[in-house]
Design a protein around this ligand. Sequence first.
Ligand code: XUL
Ligand code: CO
Length: 440
Amino acid sequence: MSYFTAINRIKYEGKSSKNPLSFKYYNPEEVIAGKTMEEILRFGVAYWHTFTMDGSDPFGNGTMIRNWDRYSGMDLAKARVEASFEFYEKLNVPYFCFHDIDIAPEGNSLRETNKNLDEIVQLIKTNMESSGMKLLWNTANMFTHPRFVHGAATSVNADVFAYSAAKVKKGLEVAKELGAENYVFWGGREGYETLLNTNMKLELDNLGRFFHMAVDYAKEIGYTGQFLIEPKPKEPTTHQYDFDVATGLAFLHTYDLQDQFKFNIEANHATLAGHTFEHELHYARVHGMLGSVDANQGDPLLGWDTDEFPTDLYTATLAMYEILKNGGLGSGGLNFDAKVRRGSFEQEDLFHAHIAGMDSYAVGLKAAQKLLNDRVLEGFIEERYSSFSRDIGKEITEGTTNFHELEKYALDLRTVSNQSGRTERLKALVNQYILTAAAE
Ligand code: XUL
Ligand code: CO
């Protein structure tokens, strides 16, 4: 049975194509600095936004028209699996991601839920084998059900901690079974509403204990995928403990988990934290902690996580710049944690949205590679800091000086001359590279 009968496989047709259902810039086979676009970009589809969400918001009901919605229960779960693999094949993406409850309905007990999960996981496995699709990451949803009202691993209730542990245990077994390249922890409700009723120290200690148990269990079963923490500053709680990369990194060091985890960085979460996306990627990269990316974008006019498909070429370019500087994403990828707008309710919109995101990142990749090839920013930055590679600057960076010597040097210094940072010139150059890459 086909769920997208009107759609053929999306092909690269180039930038002058008028066919909306074609790639204008994403050419999976095009080689950029020795690797194909497909190998560098490692695109993934988010199961939840694409196959389970109905478009409802706090003000209105669902709007999405999905032809698998004629089913319910386990039949719906199976129909979604079939629809999803047809979608991946037609869109020509290599990866997908899911939460446990995206793929299988919850039963009356965790035992029943796990039974449903097992059945769907086997169906997914069969489809993965026949299609060659790969699982970028899976995760446990520990925020939707009312039991998680006060959090999961940071809940006030030890029963909820235990329940959460059991869910992640199962999640790791599923990750092993399906060969997930990463396992993600997004602390959906790991944070607090108000300090008036919160024991922050106990909650953070418990979160540290929880992650250690997850690491131990992965070792026990031989699951070797990369563990990722996905920072987010707020929403749904007022303060989320994994606020941003810097906060997450401090947490990992405090609890001696820094060698077991990297970060899954989401664009819209970065902007909610008051950072640019490239800031978060950069911060993770320079600390050797850049694992994977949730590629989306927020709306600067709205203060919440709108999870839009990424179409901003400027941000895509600077993001790809960080990713290329990182030597790629390793086992990570670009997962479209993004949903079509409520008004884009036809199934066809799912293709338009992903095509828009994939083409934007393809342009970003090309522009970023050219910026790197020409050492545009690198050259400028190297020159800007050149005082640290000679004389007193070299002694500072090599750690061979001290306050006494520096004072002696400074006391005799007659003039200190600085040079322009050239912000506007550099921004114009980035524009020029984007426009050139898109025009090629
Ligand atoms: C929520 C979010 C999640 C995670 C996975 O803002 O980004 O979908 O990516 O739980
Ligand atoms: Co996300």
